[in-house]
Write a protein that binds this ligand. Sequence first.
Ligand SMILES: Nc1ncnc2c1ncn2[C@@H]1O[C@H](COP(=O)(O)OP(=O)(O)OP(=O)(O)O)[C@@H](O)[C@H]1O
Length: 242
Amino acid sequence: MTSAPVLRVQDLRADVAGQQVVEHVDLEVTPTGVTALLGRNGVGKTSTIKAVMGLVGRSGTIELDGQDISTLPTYRIAGLGVGYVPEDREVFSALTVSENLRLAERRGSEHRYDLVYELFPELSERGQQAAGTLSGGQQQMVSLARALLNDNRVLLVDEPTKGLAPRLVTEVAHALARAADVVPVLLVEQNLQVVRDLASTVVVLTDGRSVHHGDASSFLSDPVATQRLLGVHGGKDPAGAV
Ligand SMILES: Nc1ncnc2c1ncn2[C@@H]1O[C@H](COP(=O)(O)OP(=O)(O)OP(=O)(O)O)[C@@H](O)[C@H]1O
């Protein structure tokens, strides 16, 4: 069994709105399970993910299964199997759930409707409903389902539980755990309980730089490190939120 990272990023720099918001990020996504990308608000987590997808100007090394993707346009990166679940979900409101899924089908990929409907039976029941009339949690499911539908090598998932009611947080976390059995996930997540439940490895950013990379449970059980890097006591925070 190989333990080579599926995604390897070195000395990543990225510009957003004319400012360098990612200054030096190194990270590796393990070939199985969930790698969490953590940090306080505004440290550059979303920009890091967008840089990997080629959605913002970037430099540095970005390798997918050892292949350099750092200069490829977004559609090529997606075509090579990098699935992206953006923070704001970006479902097509006027289209039905089924149409949203159909539009996500990538040519040349297997389409895993069985997996998607097993994970999210509600999406099958609501196939003919306009996506804009779904709740936030249901829209998140559509967004995740679109990425899971294709035979991706890795998923980049940005704050999937943000703004969701606790029951839906549990549901989305459960779906992510199942998804991570099929495809490795790089997860930006503020809810530390979700990170604790899902992630094997964490990468922590501060001011556009990666400053910690290591075992998730060791990091989260270190109150000094979590306080210094996230502003919370990871070990004991009752709400689990950063
Ligand atoms: N469109 C934009 N225009 C101007 N500044 C931006 C824009 N997008 C991001 N930034 C700035 O870039 C920096 C990094 O933002 P980014 O969203 O990557 O951080 P983040 O760690 O994901 O934050 P959060 O946890 O709040 O989502 C922040 O200072 C942010 O204000």
